[in-house]
Design a protein around this ligand. Structure first.
Ligand code: ADP
Length: 465
C-alpha cells in the first residue's frame, strides 16, 4: 500500500475512533438525562396525586380520577397506584392493576424507600409517601414517548454528523498526505535520473528547512562524496597504469637488448642485473599500490590496541636502517616521560610503524648524507613525533600537494620513488584521528610532525607489557 493511502487510512481510523467515543458520550448523557427527568416527573405526579387523596379532605377517588384524566401534566399512558399501610389498594387511575404491581414489589418499596425499573417500555417508579397520618406506597408508571422520540432524532443527527465527519476526514487526509508527500515523489523521480555517469547531477533541495529538504541535502552530500570517491578511483587507476607502464617499458627494452645475440657474457650479466633491479621496483610499486588501495578500503576491520610509541619508533628505525645500510637515524626524546600513559596511544601497531618507516625513509632519501633525526615528545593531550632532516626540502608550491597520491615534487625527480608513501601516511594518521603537519624550506630541510592522542592515566593502567 502506498504511504499516502496508509497515512490517510490511519488518520481516518483515528478520527473515526474519536467520533465514535464522542457520539457514545453524547448519547449516553442524553439518555441518562432523559431517564432522570422522566422519573422526576413521574415521582412528582404520583406524590401530587397522593397528597390530594390523603391530605385534602374534600377529595375522593372519583374526583381525583376525573382531575387526573384532565390534568395537563398527565404523562403518556400514565398509571398511578396508591397502597395503604396494609398493602390495600387505596387508589388507582385505571380499572385494572397492572402485572408489574405485586405484593412483593410493594414490600420491596417499603424496604428500599424508592425503586425504579423498566417494564415493557414503561418507566416504573415505586416510593414511600409520608402522609399526615400514615405511610403509603405509590407506584407510578408511564411511557416517555416524547423523550424517546427526541433520542431517536439525536441518534439520526449523530449518525449524519459521523458519516459527514468521516467523509470529510478521508478527503482531507488524502489531500494532505498527497501534498506532504509530493516533494518525496519529486526527489524519487530526480534520484531515478542519477546514474554512475551523471553523478554531477544534484536533486532539488526544496525550502532547505523541513525534514524532506534535509533528506535532499543529505542525499546531495552523499552524491558529493560518491563523486569524489569515483574521481579518486578513476585518478588512481589512471595514475597506477601510468606508473606501471614506465618500469614495464624499461623491462621490455632490457629484454629486447638481451635477446640480440651480439652481447658479450658480461653484458648479458649486466642486462640480467638491470632486469632484477626493474623487477624489484615493479614489486615495490605494486606493493605501494596495494597498500594505498587497502588503506582506503575497509578501515572498520582494523584492530586497535594500546601501543607504546617508543617501541613503534625503534622498530621503524631498525627496519629502515636494516634495508638501507647507508642511512643514519638519531632517535631522541624531547622530554623523558615520567608517566607511562604519556607515550601510550590507541592504534594499530603495524600501520603506525608504516607511517614512521615512510617518513624516515623519505627524510634519509632526500638528504644527501642520508642522515635524519627522530624525536618523541608529548603535551597534555598529544604524543608528538617529529621526523627532521636537512635535505633538499620542499618548495612552497609543492607543499600542499605532496599528500596527493602519485604527486612528486620537481626536485625529487632524480630520486627513486612513486609518490605513494605520504598519501598512505596521511590516511593512517586520519584513521587514528591524529594530525599531520609539515614544515619545509628548499635546500635547508624538512620536518614532519605527527600528533597522536595519548591515553589518559586511568585507561592506561591495565596495560601490561
Ligand atoms: P616518494 O617519496 O616515493 O616520491 P612520497 O609520497 O613519500 O613519495 O612523497 C611525496 C613527495 O613529497 C616526494 O616525491 C617529495 O617530493 C616530497 N617529499 C616527501 N618527503 C620529503 C622530504 N623529507 N624532503 C623533501 N621532499 C620530500
Amino acid at each position: 500500500m502506498q504511504i499516502r493511502y496508509k497515512i490517510a487510512l490511519q488518520f481516518t481510523l483515528i478520527v473515526l475512533a474519536i467520533l465514535l467515543v464522542f457520539s457514545g458520550i453524547v448519547y449516553y448523557r442524553a439518555e441518562s438525562q432523559r431517564r432522570t427527568s422522566f422519573y422526576d416527573r413521574l415521582s412528582r405526579r404520583a406524590k401530587t396525586t397522593a397528597r390530594l387523596l390523603v391530605d385534602v379532605k374534600e377529595f375522593n377517588t372519583t374526583l381525583l380520577k376525573l382531575i387526573d384524566k384532565n390534568s395537563s401534566s398527565r404523562l403518556p399512558e400514565e398509571e398511578i397506584f396508591i397502597y395503604d399501610y396494609r398493602n390495600l389498594l387505596l387508589y388507582s387511575n385505571i380499572e385494572k392493576v397492572s402485572p408489574y404491581v405485586t405484593q412483593e414489589r410493594i414490600n420491596e418499596v417499603r424496604l428500599a424507600q424508592e425503586i425504579k425499573f423498566q417494564y415493557e417500555g414503561r418507566a416504573v417508579i415505586g416510593l414511600v409517601f409520608e402522609g399526615r397520618y400514615d405511610r403509603f406506597v405509590l407506584i407510578a408508571s408511564a411511557i416517555d414517548k416524547n423523550g424517546k422520540l427526541q433520542l431517536k432524532e439525536l441518534i439520526i443527527t449523530l449518525l449524519f454528523a459521523f458519516l459527514g465527519g468521516i467523509l470529510t476526514t478521508v478527503g482531507l487526509a488524502l489531500f494532505f498526505a498527497h501534498q506532504s508527500l509530493r516533494p518525496i515523489s519529486t526527489i524519487n523521480r530526480e534520484i531515478g535520473e542519477i546514474t554512475a555517469k551523471n553523478l554531477r547531477k544534484r536533486i532539488h533541495q526544496g525550502n532547505e528547512k523541513d525534514e524532506i529538504a534535509q533528506l535532499a541535502i543529505n542525499f546531495n552530500l552523499m552524491l558529493e562524496r560518491l563523486e569524489l570517491a569515483f574521481t579518486q578511483q578513476r585518478q588512481f587507476v589512471s595514475h597506477a597504469s601510468h606508473e606501471l607502464r614506465t618500469p614495464l617499458s624499461a623491462l621490455k627494452t632490457e629484454i629486447q637488448i638481451g635477446l640480440s645475440s651480439l652481447n658479450s657474457p658480461e653484458e648479458h650479466h649486466q642486462i640480467l642485473q638491470n632486469l632484477l633491479k626493474d623487477t624489484d621496483r615493479l614489486i615495490e610499486l605494486s606493493n605501494g599500490l596495494l597498500q594505498l588501495a587497502r588503506i582506503n578500503e575497509t578501515p572498520e576491520e582494523l584492530i586497535f590496541d594500546k601501543v607504546r610509541m617508543e617501541e613503534v619508533l625503534l622498530n621503524a628505525q631498525r627496519e629502515v636502517v636494516a634495508s638501507h645500510s647507508d642511512y643514519q637515524i638519531q632517535f631522541d626524546f624531547d622530554q623523558i616521560p615520567e608517566e607511562d600513559h604519556l607515550t601510550l596511544v590507541m592504534g594499530n601497531e603495524a600501520l603506525l610503524k608504516n607511517v614512521f618507516v615512510n617518513l624516515l625513509e623519505n627524510a634519509c632519501k632526500y638528504t644527501p648524507n642520508h642522515q635524519a633525526s627522530l624525536r618523541l615528545g608529548f603535551d597534555a593531550e598529544w604524543c608528538l613525533v617529529r621526523v627532521i632532516d636537512q635535505g633538499i626540502g620542499i618548495s612552497k608550491q609543492d607543499l600542499p600537494n605532496i599528500f596527493q597520491p602519485f604527486y612528486r615534487a620537481k626536485n625529487a625527480i632524480d630520486y627513486h620513488g612513486f609518490g605513494i608513501g605520504l598519501s598512505v601516511v596521511k590516511r593512517i594518521v586520519e584513521l587514528h584521528e591524529g594530525q599531520l603537519e609539515v614544515k619545509s624550506r628548499p635546500h635547508l630541510g624538512t620536518e614532519f610532525m605527527v600528533r597522536l592522542k595519548h591515553l589518559k592515566e586511568e585507561s592506561a593502567r591495565d596495560f601490561i607489557r
